[in-house]
Design a protein around this ligand. Structure first.
Ligand code: DX5
Ligand code: ZN
Length: 231
């Protein structure tokens, strides 16, 4: 994996929602690549967050970076066109939340977005067997979905290695994203297991300092320094 391919995707779940546009501007200015946008419905997961209106508001605010919409909702299909219209770049969903996974993947691409499947810690990768050609992203959860600030579940490393092999053997252009408990002190090991896209919520926005709440340079630089050491 070429090191310049690594992408950092702050999860806005841990941002200051009262200043969301500014927070997103600041992490991008500090060198983050992708805005990770966690959508929770108090049904598929026991928490409630943000919807297409907020995605649209970020675009209207001037955010140009890719927006990576992680749907933790059930059902998924009804809301996909709304997120496409709101400016989503990627839309990923959990296979357990869709009755017809292949159809949902096609729907996302037909709406002009990149499509991805998300694997919970106990979900096997078998869902990939027949839909690999319809994927732009595979997202491995290293926590159970629903909340920021949880600890990284180590078995995700083995799943990353398996997914990396599947992607490389296929020759397809598919990003391999990790989500949950990513910190400066474990990102290198995660990269070495095969991830190329790193969601980090509490590690990024938790680095906010009272004296300079606009400065995310040092935490993003710390991630990049660790990634540069990955073999
Ligand atoms: C959990 C979300 C994650 C979460 C990551 O359901 O999908 O994106 O915000 O937060 P941290 O980095 O704090 O584990
Ligand atoms: Zn997420």
């Amino acid at each position: 994996m070429a090191k310049q391919e690594y992408k950092i995707a702050p999860s806005i779940l841990s941002a200051d929602f009262a200043r969301l546009g500014e927070e997103v501007d600041n992490v991008i200015k500090s060198g983050a690549d992708i805005v990770h946008f966690d959508v929770m419905d108090n049904h598929y997961v026991p928490n409630l967050t943000i919807g297409p209106l907020v995605c649209e508001a970020l675009r209207k605010h001037g955010v140009e970076a890719p927006i990576d919409v992680h749907l933790m909702v059930k059902p998924v299909d009804r809301i996909i066109p709304d997120f496409a219209k709101a400016g989503a770049s990627y839309i990923t969903f959990h296979p357990e939340a869709s009755e017809h996974i292949d159809r949902t993947l096609q729907l996302i691409r037909n709406e002009g977005c990149k499509a991805g499947l998300v694997f919970n810690p106990a979900t096997p990768l078998d869902y990939l067997d027949y839909v690999l050609d319809k994927l732009d992203m595979i997202l491995i959860m290293s926590v159970n979905p629903g909340f920021g600030g949880q600890s990284f579940i180590p078995s995700a490393l083995q799943k990353l290695r398996q997914a990396r092999k599947i992607i490389d053997d296929s020759g397809l252009d598919i990003r391999l994203e990790i989500d949950g408990g990513v910190k400066v002190d474990n990102i290198r090991e995660i990269a070495e297991a095969g991830a190329d896209t790193f969601v980090a919520g509490s590690a990024v926005f938790g680095a906010r300092k009272a004296e300079d709440p606009n400065d995310y340079d040092s935490v993003i630089r710390a991630f990049r320094d660790e990634l540069a050491k990955a073999g």
